[in-house]
Design a protein around this ligand. Structure first.
Ligand code: ATP
Length: 254
């Protein structure tokens, strides 16, 4: 297929004291694909996620998302632009209900807006829209029955599902999943994989960090490999996973 990058980043550097956590010359994510970002512990994968989504700032570098320059832009504006992420340790707020967590994922929270005070009917309409969307997503992710339960009562896998569902509340163009399989019991594995493929099939671009190589091989269209802050290889799963340099990068650090 003709390349159609949705995300293009150049010369992204992030140092912590003497450590260069990220030093990526160039990376692209093609629209409509599932792209895996793999690499040994400490390779810089989460740091790169943090930078791209505005949760951390680079020492230098630039990137565009859908042609718009987003380098150094804060997280709230990044998600408004359509790039939404989940976290390695889930951020589902355990003392809020599943439904309350979902509402946090909505764009333009009506509770925070002037509309509430100035135009009550508009505010109520928006509230209804958010509830309907949350219910539809909870249903799709088989969490509807849990909507009034505290997020803290969910299993690890259900929390991952909730986090993914919440990320979809704002209709993102691209979702970035940080270790979606970590802590997920085998019973939910298939369902999670299905949801991720479902996102791609609906046209959402997916970039994910994962150590579970079975998952990477199974669902990725493209795999990018980081080691010591750099992008050291990329290609189709079959090519990348047969690459001696990739095997080295992994074995070298384990
Ligand atoms: P893992 O697979 O274990 O999650 P990773 O590839 O996501 O690893 P990062 O968490 O991005 O790797 O870490 C890259 C490097 O940056 C590591 O050496 C880490 O210790 C360092 N690092 C990350 N965040 C910080 C921070 N806030 N302060 C200092 N050093 C940090």
């Amino acid at each position: 297929a003709k390349p159609d990058p949705i995300l293009v980043a150049d010369d992204v550097v992030r140092r912590f004291g003497g450590i260069t956590a990220v030093d990526v010359r160039h990376i692209e994510v093609q629209r409509g694909t599932i792209t895996a970002l793999i690499g040994p512990n400490g390779a810089g994968k989460t740091t790169l996620f943090n930078l791209l989504t505005g949760f951390d700032r680079p020492n230098s570098g630039s990137w565009t998302f859908e042609g718009r320059s987003l380098g150094g832009v804060p997280a709230a504006r990044v998600s408004k632009a359509g790039m939404v992420r989940t976290f390695q340790l889930t951020k589902a707020l355990s003392r809020m209900t599943v439904m309350e967590n979902m509402r946090l994922g909505a764009k333009d929270q009506p509770g925070e807006s002037l509309v509430k005070a100035l135009v009550p009917p508009l505010w109520r309409a928006r509230e209804k829209e958010i509830t309907a969307k949350a219910e539809e997503l909870l249903d799709r992710f088989k969490l509807y029955e849990k909507r009034d339960d505290f997020a803290g009562s969910l299993s690890g896998g259900q929390r991952k599902l909730l986090e993914m569902a919440r990320a979809l509340m704002s209709d993102p163009t691209m979702v970035m999943l940080d270790e979606p399989m970590a802590g997920v019991n085998p019973a939910l594995t298939q369902s999670l994989l299905g949801h991720i493929q479902g996102l791609r099939d609906q046209g959402t671009t997916v970039l994910f960090v994962e150590h579970d190589m079975h998952m990477v091989r199974h669902i990725s269209d493209w795999v990018a490999v980081m080691a010591e802050g750099r992008l050291v290889a990329e290609g189709t799963p079959g090519t990348v996973m047969a690459d001696p340099a990739v095997i080295d990068a992994y074995l070298g650090a384990h």
